[in-house]
Design a protein around this ligand. Structure first.
Ligand SMILES: Cc1ncc(C[n+]2csc(CCOP(=O)(O)OP(=O)(O)O)c2C)c(N)n1
Length: 724
């Protein structure tokens, strides 16, 4: 074993151990904020961290402080997070100890880490999927991509063994070798996903392993098995360990090692990492380790551990000390390293204690990264352009984006070449851009949503879909836990740039599992933007704005408007906007504007999606187009409050129309806000109309009609409001 490696390993291990001991000694002071340490797990963590390169992506978990030290962070950096200080380099005091996020040029990249056990497996696997895509030749140096922006509409490109091939009516031409040109691909990157053994039993882990094995992704799952969940042990919580579990995933090679033996760990990982770098396939390393410290500062080992003596006998620290002695180091050398580690840790701690706390105003930064799209631009209704249905507006927007941007890709269930989406919303895209860019996923909503975190981290722009809003639920955990908080908790370092398309809404007896509305759930997640367009031109412009936005965006697309098949929704069909058209988020559309009037009763209808059509038809049928202003919100977040309040103050009455059951909904909350702000200007309570407050939309068409709002119901409510 190389002596430098042993020395470095021991320095890191002494440092990590000294930190754990210092935290114990200063328990009262440091346990204001919860923390967990690596004590017992150090050997495997250091062996892994030392072998990662700046082009690698690493997803550690909350016990990995020794790994974080070994990728180049100082104890001081970690202690700033321990004490939640302003200069905590990971999160600015926003998240717990050993929850890193790092984007330094000279170190491996660490996307935001949540505290939810196991939930990093999908983002990590997404990053590996992104690397895989980049290496397929689909992404290349920016300065070379002019050829793509100039593609004619009858041309497209695909990739074959690293070569870009231009496909056109004249035949196929090989353009260049991208692997050579893309500097990011030199010295192949790998992804490391670190996990505790108990987290491996979680369902999302299976989705991640499945995809890594299926697509042969360059990822290492490193499982640190200390035999404990918190107080539940292996016997109670798992039928097999991670090594045995991996056998169920064909193509995921696994090894099991002694994670407390530094030399064994280093050498095993050296081989595995080399194989992943060269052969681009997934591995699982199962490392047995003792947990020698508390689960966390808040859950003390003496409360429940019955194996402490046995665990102590497996301490990696004396093992590494002996390995140093066996390799020619003297006891003096070792004592010197230990003392200087202790000293450094003490000095760093004293310095960290004096560091500044965040200021109250620091709460308000980095909820989103700034978007370049702030104005409506381009030609919305080009002369001579054809009218197209809403679903095609989205399709054409994506086609234009894919033609221009090789980093744009689309995946979800059934969106691939065979079908092009169950609504044909992705029809022909796979044929035009290839199966590497437009592909089917398994039925794994968590993976579809969460993988975008990793995809975005490696520089891609994923557009993904869940098939129906009713099936967003398995993906919500990733949307909430990982996607929405990444920018804020990484202090702006890792915004997740992704678009999630969600076909939504009821029509034509879709029944209880193909009709639901979910906007109140989604609007309750801070850190994402949400569009809910009512027509094709808006959808195209918003899709473009979403693409250029560096933040996560959910686009709710009403299925009943896709082809304007529902009576009274012809207004959803639009002249197709030009390629350069963009519509910024947060700008509502006053689609029916009125003058202030003294003699007549007036009102504002605030709505979105299908509600816009009900409102428009209702005011037409009641002959009230000059008395009722209609506001189409277009985006639910950001919300154009200025336009809403201005209108309500002018008209003096307001009805909020939603397709959701109205209790506890987005619409009710908005009505409350309008009431609060416009109270002195209004002559009636702000009213809301939505679906009936029943658990599901029944299949039978009479029951469906009774459940959801309609032009007729909006008419009645409007009459009631105007007469108030
Ligand atoms: C999704 C989720 N559920 C529950 C918890 C609470 N929790 C925190 S750590 C932990 C045990 C995890 O054990 P393991 O993955 O083996 O890691 P270890 O702490 O033993 O290193 C639990 C249940 C959590 N953080 N996330």
């Amino acid at each position: 074993m190389n002596k430098e490696i042993l020395k470095k390993g021991f320095e890191l291990m002494s440092t990590a151990k000294s930190m754990a001991e210092l935290y114990e000694e200063n328990f009262k002071l440091v346990s204001k904020y919860v923390h967990a340490t690596s004590r017992g797990h150090e050997a495997i963590q250091i062996a892994a961290g030392m072998q990662l390169l700046p082009q690698d992506y690493v997803f550690p978990y909350y016990r990995d402080d020794a790994m974080i030290l070994s990728v180049g962070m100082r104890p001081y950096d970690l202690m700033l997070q321990l004490l939640a200080k302003k200069d905590d380099p990971f999160s600015g005091g926003r998240t717990y100890y050993s929850h890193p996020s790092l984007r330094d040029d000279d170190k491996p990249k660490i996307p935001h880490q949540s505290s939810a056990t196991g939930m990093q497996a999908i983002p990590a696997t997404g990053a590996a999927m992104g690397l895989n895509y980049r290496e397929s030749g689909n992404l290349f140096g920016k300065k070379d991509d002019t050829s793509l922006s100039n593609l004619e509409s009858n041309q497209s490109y695909y990739h074959e063994s690293g070569n870009l091939v231009l496909k056109s009516a004249e035949g196929n031409t090989s353009i260049s070798d991208f692997k050579e040109r893309d500097s990011r691909l030199r010295g192949n990157s790998i992804v490391l996903c670190s996990l505790g053994d108990a987290s491996v039993t979680e369902g999302e882990i299976a989705e991640a392993f499945q995809m890594a094995a299926l697509k042969q992704l360059p990822i290492l799952y490193l499982i640190q098995d200390n035999g404990w969940d918190i107080s539940a042990n292996a016997e109670e919580t798992r039928a097999q360990d991670a090594f045995e579990y991996a056998k169920g995933f064909k193509g995921l090679e696994a090894i099991s090692i002694d994670g407390a033996n530094f030399i064994e760990c280093y050498q095993a990982l050296e081989k595995v990492i080399k194989t992943i770098r060269e052969e681009r396939r997934p591995f699982l390393v199962h490392a047995k380790v003792p947990l020698l410290n508390h689960h966390t500062s808040g859950v003390r080992m003496e409360w429940y551990r019955d194996d402490l003596e046995e665990a102590k006998s497996k301490d990696p620290y004396p093992v590494l000390k002996q390995q140093l002695l066996d390799n020619g180091f003297t006891t003096n050398d070792i004592t010197h390293i230990e003392n200087s580690a202790k000293q450094n840790v003490q000095t760093d701690f004293e310095k960290a204690l004096k560091a500044e706390d965040p200021k109250p105003e620091d709460l308000f930064t980095h909820d989103f990264a700034p978007t370049p799209i702030t104005e409506e631009k381009g030609t919305r209704a080009p002369e001579g352009a054809e009218k197209v249905v809403m679903v095609d507006c989205a399709l054409f927007a994506i086609e234009e984006l894919m033609r221009k941007h090789p980093e744009c890709l689309l995946y979800g269930q059934d969106v691939g070449g065979r079908l092009g989406g169950v609504f044909r919303e992705a029809a022909t895209l796979a044929q035009k851009f290839g199966d590497a860019r437009v592909f089917n996923t398994p039925i794994q909503e968590a993976f579809i949503v969460g993988s975008t975190v990793g995809m975005s981290a490696v520089g891609l722009k994923p557009i993904v879909e869940v098939q129906f809003a009713d099936y967003i639920w398995p993906g919500l955990n990733q949307l909430f836990t990982e996607v929405s908080r990444s920018c804020y908790l990484s202090n702006g370092k890792w915004p997740v740039s992704m678009i999630l398309r969600v076909p939504i809404g009821a029509y034509g007896s879709g029944g209880p599992y193909h009709s639901s509305s979910v906007e109140s759930i989604v609007t309750n997640i801070r850190g994402i933007k949400i569009a809910y367009p009512s027509n094709g031109a808006d959808l195209k412009g918003l899709m473009k704005a979403a693409y250029y936005d560096p933040n996560p965006v959910v686009i709710l697309e009403h299925k009943g408007l896709y082809w304007s098949k529902v009576k009274g929704t012809q207004g959803a069909t639009s002249v197709e906007p030009a390629e350069d058209y963009v519509l910024p988020f947060g700008k509502a559309w006053v689609l029916q504007e009125i003058w202030p009037q003294e003699e007549e009763e007036t009102a504002t209808i605030v709505t979105y999606g299908m509600g816009v059509h009900w409102a428009y038809n209702a005011t037409g049928e009641l002959n009230l187009r000059n008395q009722v202003e209609i506001i189409d919100l277009r985006t639910l977040y950001p919300l154009d409050e200025a336009t809403i309040m201005k209108s309500v103050k002018k008209t003096g009455k307001c009805l909020v129309v939603t397709e959701e059951p109205s209790n506890n909904s987005f619409a009710r909350a908005l009505a409350g806000k309008i009431q609060e702000e416009c109270f002195q200007y209004i002559d009636a309570p702000v009213m809301t109309i939505g679906s009936e407050n029943m658990p599901a939309i029944p299949l039978n068409s009479i029951l469906e009609e009774t459940m959801i709002p309609s032009t007729e119901k909006v008419k009645q409510k409007l009459i009631e409001l105007l007469a108030y």
